[in-house]
Design a protein around this ligand. Sequence first.
Ligand code: HEM
Length: 226
Amino acid sequence: MNRLRYLLGTTIGRKLVVALTGIVLILFVVGHISGNLTIYIGQSALNSYAHFLQTSPMLWVMRLAMLAIVVLHIALGFTSMRENHLARPETCHAGQSWYLRLYQQRMIISGLVLLAFIACHVAHLTLGVGLGEVSRLKDTSGHVDVYSRVVSTFQNAWIAWAYIAAMLFLAIHLKHTVRAVFQTLGFFRENYFEFFEFLSWMVTLVVVAGFISIPLSVQLGWLTLP
Ligand code: HEM
């Protein structure tokens, strides 16, 4: 506990914690999209995967741990950005174009959009708020019909496009986070620069394309209700 307090008391320690919590969150989105892609195998594949998660004895431990990680990531992320700004005030000066200022603030903006997205997303797809009858559906194995929840949600064009827009903010946030993680952990040396930059783009593009493909496939009629 004392070591953690000491770590959080130093600038480099705070940056390290942002990077480590960032790694856990990257692993979460990679795991989440891998599970979600089972929707292309079919209704029973996605529902069995969701059932496996929902009935795991570790579910609440994982949820609380993730909540703590998100809180740490946001709080220390804000602090790190403020410290960077105070250390290099010349990076933000009067007369700067609005799009440069927007670019400099992209992590805060995309982070806040993602926070609002996750709150709505969990209320909607996990808690079933606003889903009506669909939230009570079970499949033939008696599992919660997550497949029908997802497909009926994205049959609404507004929701589908709102998800796609939110995923663009995820792309902005993820690209920077993956790169920052490599940087903080010391991998971003000159001779590997291009390799890790390429890797950051690849992780981001694959994850975001996977997420976007689901609302898009429903809108295009490739995924339909059973
Ligand atoms: C098209 C994109 C997405 C789809 C189709 C999707 C689908 C789902 C579904 C079906 C659930 C409920 C699972 C269940 O009840 O067992 C869920 C939960 C969740 N999703 Fe997503 N998701 C998407 C994008 C995202 C993104 C980008 C994030 C994070 C940045 C995210 C974070 C979460 C979280 C935190 C939960 C709650 C997990 C829990 O129950 O503890 N999702 N998602």
